[in-house]
Design a protein around this ligand. Structure first.
Ligand code: FA5
Length: 350
């Protein structure tokens, strides 16, 4: 075998081995075997010394030519492997633009928001403006100016969260929206007609009908010549718009220190039509809210002339209104964020 033949054989073997190398790491191994410092092609140069002088040049050139050719084949092969790997990756990460998108869920309003808006709209049509007030309130407005002085036993009825005021007077989380009666009268002259939705807080054990945080909607109308008949007419109209035109209404005496006389206002049960059921506890009647004629002392404390002006006020719980309208049994469902309950309410809403 001539020296040239040895080169050709090794070259041919290297080409076959390179073709068989299926991945990048195999081509690196191939490089080490054939072209690296100790690779078999590189080692061929060591044979030069064993050859006759006149053959050495041609042999050296042939080895170099073989090395160059093999290096070019290696580069080509590696590029092909690179491209194939890239194509695989592109395919693997490909986006199928024909797939349908994930549906975006439509939100809906919370039942409290809905009922509050409905109630305010009903009173809005009767000329009541919607206003809001602070949830952290001076005891002066929450109690004193509503005719509930510090030593008055009625103050204990409202289980109150107190706030550290830092010495600027007694401050509480408002226990009802009634302090907005005072704030409204202090800030504007009669005639006044407002409804006030907002959160209230009471230090109460939570159960199926009580929460420590709940909403109220207050109403206040003050003008010359307002009578109990106006209160009755306004609330009756409200109840019929809210619970249907067939509703019978009922006014009974009740006590709140800031009204005189005070009433509790109810309707015949909209679930059973007055026959008696679980919702009305078999009485046929349902209490809706507390109300009354604004106490003359409250008018005077707010700077209104009680010999000239009279008014009525009312306060209701919108969660309880919703419970009555839909026959719900547990007020806690409003704020536990169970989406299934919220969806049911959304679907059931009239
Ligand atoms: C009051 O808070 C009076 N300020 C209402 C009022 C206003 C009377 C103006 C006269 C004139 P009462 O404590 O009854 O009253 O609360 C009114 C309504 O708030 C209740 O009928 C009820 O629906 C709701 N409510 C009261 N406490 C809670 C509670 N812990 N959880 C849920 N709702 C409540």
């Amino acid at each position: 075998m001539t020296a040239q033949q040895g080169i050709d054989d090794l070259r041919a073997e290297a080409v076959r081995a390179l073709e068989a190398a299926g991945e990048m790491e195999a081509t690196r191994q191939w490089y080490r075997e054939y072209l690296g410092d100790k690779g078999s092609v590189s080692l061929l140069t060591r044979q030069i010394g064993t050859l006759p002088r006149e053959e050495r040049k041609a042999f050296g050139e042939a080895v170099n030519a073989a090395k160059t050719e093999l290096a070019a084949l290696l580069a080509e092969k590696q590029e092909r492997l690179d491209t194939a790997a890239l194509n695989d990756r592109i395919l693997a990460e490909a986006l199928d633009v024909t797939l349908p998108g994930r549906p975006v869920e439509r939100g809906f309003l919370h039942p409290t928001t809905r009922i509050v808006r409905e109630v305010c709209d009903i009173f809005g049509k009767m000329g009541f403006q919607t206003v809001e007030g602070p949830e952290v309130e001076y005891a002066k407005y929450n109690f004193d100016m509503l005719n509930i002085p510090a030593d008055h036993p009625a103050r204990d009825v409202w289980d109150t969260f107190h706030v550290d005021s830092g010495g600027v007077g007694e401050i509480v989380m408002r226990t009802h929206t009634s302090p907005m009666q005072v704030r409204t009268m202090l800030s504007q002259k009669p005639p006044v007609r407002v409804v006030v939705p907002g959160r209230c807080y009471r230090y109460e054990a939570t159960d199926a009908t009580h929460l420590a945080m709940f909403y109220q909607i207050e109403g206040l109308a003050v003008d010359e010549g307002i009578t109990l008949a106006d209160l009755k007419g306004t609330l009756t109209e409200f109840a019929r718009q809210m619970f249907g035109s067939a509703r019978k209404t009922r006014f009974r005496c009740d006590f709140f220190p800031f009204v005189e006389p005070g009433v509790d206002f109810g309707i015949d049960c909209p679930i059973c039509g007055g026959k008696g059921c679980r919702v009305c506890k078999q009485t046929g009647w349902i209490e809706l809210l507390g109300a009354g004629m604004v106490h003359p002392r409250v008018l005077e404390m707010a700077g209104y002339d009680s010999t000239k002006y009279t008014g009525f006020a009312f306060g209701m719980g919108p969660e309880r209104l919703t419970m009555l309208r839909y026959g719900l049994s547990d007020i806690r469902d409003f704020y536990t964020n169970d989406v299934r309950w919220l969806r049911q309410m959304d679907a059931a809403w009239l």
